[in-house]
Design a protein around this ligand. Structure first.
Ligand SMILES: [Zn+2]
Length: 189
């Protein structure tokens, strides 16, 4: 089996045989580089600039139940190389293709920018934590100075270093990843 791309839909497609909800379709119509597309994505390698591509629905539920999944069409609506919609009914796909307008574009742009900001926020924090861990490992040990001045200096350093629970963790790097995993889950819509 070769490579493919995956299209994800928020509104599920419905298997006509068993009624199961299907949230993604694999396709070889584009670059087949294991890309993930959703409505509003630029379809790199699309052979069609504006039009409708016929794909077929694969139902995992039917497959797992031992029934051969029904060969059921899914129509990918392509508008200036953007995925503008996914429909199971050809007439609806035609209507959708004719109805794409600038409000759709603004909504897709807005979503893409939010997503970019989310990635940048998450990875900025992760990068900063890993950098601080690296600094911590490579910092030469300080002579244990005493006195108020040295204590103030240490307190100042602590402001910029990783929290103690990470530094004291059995595997600080895993603790950093765990913290940043929480951040990425928090901001998922
Ligand atoms: Zn099914």
């Amino acid at each position: 089996m070769g490579m493919f791309d995956t299209i994800h839909v928020k509104k599920p497609l419905i298997c006509p045989a068993c009624g199961a909800e299907v949230f993604s379709i694999q396709t070889k119509e584009f670059d087949s580089c294991m890309f993930h597309f959703k409505i509003g994505s630029v379809l790199s390698g699309s052979p069609v600039l504006i039009g409708i591509i016929k794909e077929s629905l694969w139902c995992d539920a039917c497959y797992k139940a031992g029934t051969k999944p029904a060969d059921s069409p899914v129509y990918l609506i392509v508008w200036h190389s953007l995925l503008a919609g996914v429909e199971q009914d050809f007439a609806k796909a035609e209507v959708r293709l004719a109805a794409v307008d600038r409000l759709d574009l603004i909504a897709w742009l807005d979503e893409a920018q939010r997503e970019a900001a989310r990635w940048s926020r998450n990875y900025h924090k992760l990068f900063s934590d890993v950098s601080r861990w690296h600094e911590h490992l490579t910092r030469p040990p300080e002579p244990e100075a005493t006195g108020a001045e040295a204590e103030r200096h240490r307190a100042f350093r602590r402001l910029f270093s990783l929290p103690d629970e990470i530094l004291a963790a059995p595997d600080p790097l895993a603790a950093i990843l765990a913290t940043n995993k929480l951040v990425s889950d928090d901001v998922e819509d």
